[in-house]
Design a protein around this ligand. Structure first.
Ligand code: PLP
Length: 391
C-alpha cells in the first residue's frame, strides 16, 4: 500500500473546516442551518479595495512580484506598524507580505522550530497553532488558561511549562476563541520571561482592530527589549473582511525575517500581485468601513452574550475582542462539547465549534462566531433556547 509521511498521520483535520464542510452538505440537502462555526466576517470587502484589485487585473498586473512583496505594500505596512503599533521596521529588510496570516505563521514556526523543539501555546487557542507546530515536527506544549484568574498568562505558569527544549511562545491577542486581550502587565511578564530564557515570541495580532468597549491593543514587539526576539504576524482577513484574498504579513528583526523569507521563496513565492494592490488600498484608503463593521459587531456581541445567558445551563462572558463568544455549556447536560455541537446541529440546525477543538481548557465550552447577521443570531438564540427547554 502507499506510504505517506509519518508527519501527516499525527495531524488532526481542522475542526472549523470540518464543520464548514458538514454545514455545506446539510445546506445542499435543503436543511435550514444557521452557521456559527467559521470565523468569516459576513461583510463584503469594501468596494474601493475590490475596485483597485480589479483595475490592476485589467491593466495586466498579474505577474510574480518580489518574494517579499511589492515595495508600495511593504511601505504601507511599515507605516501602519509605526503609527498604530509603535513598531519600527525597515520595509526592505524586516517585513514580508505573505499569502495569508496563516502562511505567515507557518513559515515563522518553520524558521523557528526544529524537530523535537517545544513551543508554549496558551490554550484554548486557535485550532491551527498546535497542528502547524506538529507538522514541523515540534511539540506544542499547552498552557491551559484558567477562568478563575480571568485567563491571565503569568510568569509562574510559563515557568511550569518551560523546559530546556522550549524555543518559543505563541501569543494571540485578542485571542481566538476566548476573545481575551493581554494587559500591559501580562505583556511585561511575557517579555521579561522570554528575555530571561532567551526564547522567541511569535505574536498573532490578526484581531487587533476588532476590539470592544474601552479595550486597548498593545503590540508586544513595541515593548523595551522585545523587538529583537519577536515575530509579529498580522493580516487583512478580519479587519477588512478580506478572508478570501489570502493576504497577511510578518514583521520582525532582519536576522529572523531574512531566514523566513527563504521559506516563502521556496514555497508560495509571493502573495498575489493584484491581491497586494488590494492590500495597499486597504491600508491607505478610507478606513470608515472598519468603524462601521465594528459598530455592528459591538451590537451583535451584546445580543449574543445577553441571549445566551438567558438560556438555562449556559454561561457566557463578554469577549474583549475578536469575533467569538465561548460560552460554557456544561449546565445543559447533553454531554461533552462535541456531543453538544452534534446535538445542536441536529436538533436546532445551529452549527457551533466544540470547545475541545481549541485544546486543553476548551472542554465544556463551544465557540460561536458573531460575524453572522443579527437576524441569524436572533433566530439561533430562539432555536437553542427551545432545544434546551425540550431536554
Ligand atoms: N490567526 C487567528 C487567531 C485566526 O483566528 C485566523 C483565522 O481564523 C487566522 C490567524 C488566519 O488568518 P488569515 O485569513 O490571514 O490566514
Amino acid at each position: 500500500s502507499i506510504q505517506l509521511s509519518n508527519r501527516i498521520r499525527t495531524i488532526q483535520r481542522s475542526a472549523t473546516y470540518e464543520i464548514l464542510d458538514k454545514v455545506c452538505i446539510l445546506k445542499s440537502q435543503g436543511k435550514d442551518i444557521l452557521d456559527f462555526g467559521g470565523g468569516e466576517p459576513n461583510f463584503s470587502t469594501p468596494e474601493h479595495i475590490s475596485k483597485k484589485a480589479i483595475d490592476h487585473i485589467k491593466c495586466g498586473d498579474t505577474h510574480y512580484t518580489p518574494s517579499r512583496g511589492k515595495k508600495e505594500l511593504l511601505s504601507a505596512i511599515a507605516k501602519k506598524l509605526f503609527e498604530e503599533n509603535n513598531i519600527r521596521v525597515d520595509p526592505d529588510k524586516e517585513l514580508i507580505a505573505t499569502p495569508s496570516a496563516k502562511h505567515a505563521l507557518f513559515i515563522s514556526l518553520m524558521a523557528t522550530l526544529d524537530y523535537g523543539d517545544e513551543i508554549i501555546i496558551p490554550t484554548p487557542s486557535w485550532v491551527s497553532y498546535q497542528e502547524m507546530a506538529r507538522l514541523i515536527g515540534a511539540t506544542p506544549v499547552s498552557l491551559p488558561l484558567q477562568k478563575s484568574n480571568k485567563f491571565t498568562i503569568t510568569s509562574q505558569a510559563l515557568e511550569e511549562k518551560y523546559s530546556d527544549k522550549t524555543k518559543a511562545i505563541l501569543i494571540n491577542s485578542p485571542n481566538n476563541p476566548l476573545g481575551k486581550m493581554l494587559s500591559e502587565t501580562e505583556i511585561r511578564d511575557i517579555v521579561s520571561f522570554a528575555i530571561d530564557k532567551n526564547i522567541i515570541l511569535i505574536v498573532d495580532e490578526i484581531y487587533e482592530k476588532v476590539i470592544y468597549d474601552n479595550h486597548q491593543h498593545f503590540s508586544i514587539a513595541a515593548y523595551p527589549g522585545a523587538f529583537e526576539r519577536t515575530i509579529t504576524v498580522n493580516g487583512f482577513s478580519k479587519a477588512y473582511a478580506m478572508t478570501g484574498w489570502r493576504l497577511g504579513y510578518v514583521a520582525g528583526p532582519e536576522l529572523i525575517i531574512s531566514e523566513i523569507l527563504k521559506i516563502q521563496q521556496h514555497t508560495v513565492g509571493c502573495a498575489g500581485s493584484f491581491i497586494q494592490q488590494g492590500g495597499i488600498e486597504a491600508l491607505t484608503g478610507n478606513q470608515a468601513p472598519i468603524t462601521e463593521m465594528l459598530a455592528e459587531y459591538q451590537t451583535r456581541r451584546r445580543l449574543i452574550v445577553e441571549g445566551l445567558n438567558q438560556i438555562p445551563g449556559i454561561e457566557c462572558d463578554y469577549p474583549d475582542g475578536a469575533l467569538y463568544v465561548f460560552p460554557n455549556i456544561e449546565g445543559v447536560r447533553v454531554g461533552k462539547s462535541t456531543e453538544f455541537a452534534h446535538w445542536l446541529l441536529l436538533t436546532a440546525g445551529v452549527a457551533v465549534t466544540p470547545g475541545v477543538a481549541f485544546g486543553e481548557g476548551g472542554e465544556g465550552y463551544v465557540r460561536l462566531s458573531f460575524a453572522t447577521s443579527r437576524d441569524a443570531i436572533e433566530q439561533a438564540l430562539e432555536r437553542i433556547h427551545r432545544a434546551v427547554a425540550a431536554i
